[in-house]
Design a protein around this ligand. Sequence first.
Ligand code: GZL
Length: 345
Amino acid sequence: MKKPVHLTVLLLLLAAIATACRSNAVPETTEEPVSDIKTVNVGFSQLGAESDWRSAHTDSILTALSKENGFNLTYKNGQQKQANQVTALRMFIQQDVDYIVLAPETETGWDFVLKEAKDADIPVIIVDRRVDVEDQSLYSCWVGSDFELEGKKMCAWINEYSKINNIAPEDLHIVHIQGTLGSTAQIGRTRGLNNAVQEYGWDLLAQENGEFTETRGKEVMASFLNQFDNINVVYCENDNEAIGAIEAIEATGRKVGSDIKNGEIMVVSFDGINEEAMQYLQEGKISCIGECNPLHGPRVLDLINTLEEGKEPEKYNYVPETLFSSVPEIKSVTVDGETYSVTIK
Ligand code: GZL
């Protein structure tokens, strides 16, 4: 049956309108610019949560490698065990992340797993402590502190203190609460003290591992106080140990402070992050703190961005650090010909 002409016109008109509507619909292929922020997948193996410094360090890296900054970060806490960190690195390799960030508990035992990462073509950034590996190409770069310089600066301060107070070197009777044995921070700070003892002739009574924790610092200090009655300097390798040591000293009725000549026990430490320790510094209970800068996050971000651009980053990247002290007379120290100012609190 032939349709009336007006109906045909109507159908043509409707088809034209439908086509016009469709042309306002979403185009078949979007011409929208695809977002040019590529998500970078990172696996971060942190050694643990033993100290306030470690917590600040973790926060700094998690903040820098955030989703907002274009990262998909997998964070694993090794709980002070290298085996846990090796497991985490192998998981990151299986996940085929773009980068691995490793804060190693101690320096040795990393060659095999770092070789696996290299074979998987995953760049590794070492943060804080160092790794002692045969092949330095197993990691792209490192960011952290010069721990031996930290120790040297602290010992230069102690030497300066003894000179301005006319205390003979052999009359400094030092006990040493070390950090986790085999960690770069412990190796450097211990080497700084051991060399100063040789150079100046100080009396080093004892050294013991305090694990960088308050609990162990208190236990080790209590043991030292039972063994020696002439202690007048305590060299703690971090603030948490110093807080524990001060508790042990004050429990015996002794006083902590820089007035060695009048029987006080002088406590020195490292980090400068712990609020209680900085309060102790203000009060004179801790005489000097060697700053150890935990804020590695922004530097790790820069290093990854450099690698993303296909450029070669600096292999070793040191963070700037000062000395904090409550003894106003010592305004600077000189180490290997270089002068470092002291921040008086
Ligand atoms: C130093 C870091 C040390 C801190 C401690 O960079 O490795 O480990 O000094 C921490 O507080 O536990």
